[in-house]
Each structure stands twice: as C-alpha cells, then as structure tokens.
Design a protein around this ligand. Structure first.
Ligand code: BDR
Ligand code: CA
Length: 330
C-alpha cells in the first residue's frame, strides 16, 4: 500500500479526498493535517474530525491542526464556494467523536510519518501549500525521504478567482509557500501538480449524484449526495458551471496508483508534462497567484514538476463509488 499523509482544508472536494484516502485499499492514510483555507483552521479541523467520525475512522486516523495562516498574505477563505462552515449543505455531519491530537505538532507528526516510511511515503496537499512548505523549510533533510508530493493547485490555461481570473485558489492564498516548493530543485521534480485544466473534467453531474444514492440511500451516502448538490449550486452561482461542480482534490490520488505501479497506465491514462513553474507573488500584480510555466522538459526527464492534463475520469468516478461502497459496509 502507498503510505500517504493528507494536508487538507475540508471543503466539499477535500471530503472526497478523505473518503478515497481512507477506503481505497491501495492507500495507507497515516494522518491528516487540517489547515486554514476554505474556512478557518478551527472549522476545517472540525470538518475533518466530523467526516472521519461519519466514516467510522475517527479513532484510527490522527488529525492534527495544520498551518494556521499563510506565510505573507492575510488569510482568505472561500465561503462563496464552501459556505460559512467550509462544509455547508448537509445536516448529516455528526458531532466529532475524537479531538485534534495534541501530543505533538503537525510538523512533528509529519516528520515521524516520513521517517518511518522513508523513501516510500507521498504527501498529498489539497489546500494551500503552507503546511508542506513550512515542514520542508524547517526540516530540509526530509526532502530526500519523500517519494512524491501530489498537489491540487494551479491552472495552466484556466483560473478560478473572480478577483484575478488567472489564478487558482490554493496557490493564490499562499503564493510564497507555493513557490518555495515549485522552485526548489530538490523537490519540484517530485511534485505532481493537478491543475484546474484537469480537475474541470471531473464534474459531479446529476448522473454522478444519482449514482451516489443508487446503491442504497444510507445516511452516509446522503451526506455525500448533499455535499455534491451544495457544491454544484455554489459552482453554478459563483463560477457559472451549469452541469455540476468540479471535484478537484481527490484527483491527486489517482496518478500515484500509476506511478507506484499499482494500476496499469492503460486504466488510469494519466497524461502529464514536466514543467518548471512559479507562482506570481507580487501583491499588486494582476497575475497574483497565477502559475506560470517557464520551461518544458521531455516526459522522460526527471526535471520539472509532473503537471497532469488528463486522466481516465470514468476510472476516477469508479474509485469514488467503490470507496462509498466500502465505507457503507463498515
Ligand atoms: C481548490 O480550492 C478549494 O476551494 C478546493 O477545495 C480545492 O482544493 C480548487 O481551486
Ligand atoms: Ca481543498
């Protein structure tokens, strides 16, 4: 199994990343850090604990408080997309039956996970890059022990901020942290970037919504159904998406199945380029937070970040239905 650590900001699509991380048999989820992002860090922590409680995993997966704010910018949340709680749209979220771990900091917990699974572990980042960048800034010796850092972030030809249409939220909220990863020659070639160019192909359509309930309308399935419906309405109102919301975050897990050779590339059909990128940091720039490409390497090169452009989206949805089935049997 692929040992992973998930840094997230749940978040409707982060919730799906947590579901897949917990239930797909190819992954071993070692821990979660819940960081500021879609909502305040207190709210994303509550949401992570509540989701794990709904999944029956709250005593197995430790949750730590991740990054509390960006490196330089003021924190900006996303109530227009995820509601005030960060996970609006359902009354099926249980009161958490576990608390944030306080035995150590997220930096210590991630360090321990990386050292225990040295060379094998991958980090998954589905919020800002603040937590991962802080870890690698404070403990640079960990860089060589991480296999991949799979990141939902950026957009090469597309953005999603109304203030600045060329930027993507996760990069835009902390471009300095993003740059410290994307421009670090010791780690940028281990990064897999899943940009909006790819995630906008994974739309939770009405068909997906009905499939979520088709194997039985349990409270657990209805929770995810509610989340998809709310997310779809947000995307319609805020971004003009007519057929549903793009479910960005869980796509970070898919390429790992191919890169660790646990699934054939035929099934995944992951298409990528190796690009060197940076994020625009200057506060007054109209391109603030945009990911700019300044060099393309050949696909066989080990230079540059692996930037995903395509994937077998049906394969992805099948993994979501499978995880829902497995979770419903618990
Ligand atoms: C990203 O921003 C957040 O709102 C989502 O959870 C996702 O991680 C998409 O731009
Ligand atoms: Ca997210």
């Amino acid at each position: 199994r692929i040992p992973i650590w998930l840094d997230c900001d749940p978040g409707h699509d982060d919730a799906v990343a947590i579901l897949l991380s917990c239930f797909l048999p190819q992954f071993e989820l070692l821990g979660i850090s819940a960081s500021y992002g879609n909502a305040s860090p207190e709210k994303t922590a509550y949401n992570a604990l509540s989701l794990l409680t709904a999944m029956g995993k709250c005593n197995q997966i430790p949750v730590y408080a991740g990054a509390q704010r960006p490196w330089v910018r003021k924190a900006i949340y996303a109530p227009d997309i995820h509601g005030q709680s960060g996970l609006d749209g359902t009354n099926l979220l249980p009161v958490p039956r576990a608390q944030l771990r306080s035995d150590k900091s997220y930096l210590e917990a991630m360090t321990e996970a990386i050292e225990t699974h040295s060379g094998d572990i991958s980090l998954i980042s589905t919020g800002s890059l603040t937590s991962v960048a802080t870890l690698l800034r404070e403990k640079p010796h960990l860089k060589s022990k991480i296999r991949y850092i799979s990141i939902m972030g950026g957009g090469i030809h597309v953005g999603n901020r109304n203030e600045n249409e060329s930027a993507e939220f996760n990069i835009w909220i902390d471009p300095q942290a993003a740059n410290s990863i994307l421009q670090d020659p010791e780690v940028n070639n281990k990064c897999i970037l899943i940009p909006l160019d790819l995630t906008h192909k994974a739309i939770a359509t009405k068909d997906v919504e009905s499939r979520v309930l088709s194997d039985g309308s349990t409270n657990f399935r209805r929770l995810f159904y509610d989340l998809f419906v709310f997310f779809g309405h947000s995307y319609e109102n805020a971004q003009g998406f007519e057929s549903g919301a793009p479910v960005h975050d869980p796509l970070t897990l898919m390429p790992l199945l191919e890169l660790y050779k646990l699934q054939s590339s035929e099934a995944i059909k992951f298409e990528y380029k190796r690009l060197e990128l940076n994020a625009v940091e200057s506060e007054n720039s109209p391109d603030l937070g945009q990911t700019k490409v300044f060099k393309e390497h050949s696909k066989n090169s080990n230079k540059g970040t692996i930037v995903g452009f395509d994937l077998n989206i049906q394969y992805f949805w099948d993994q979501v239905y499978l995880a829902l089935n497995l979770a419903s049997q618990e």
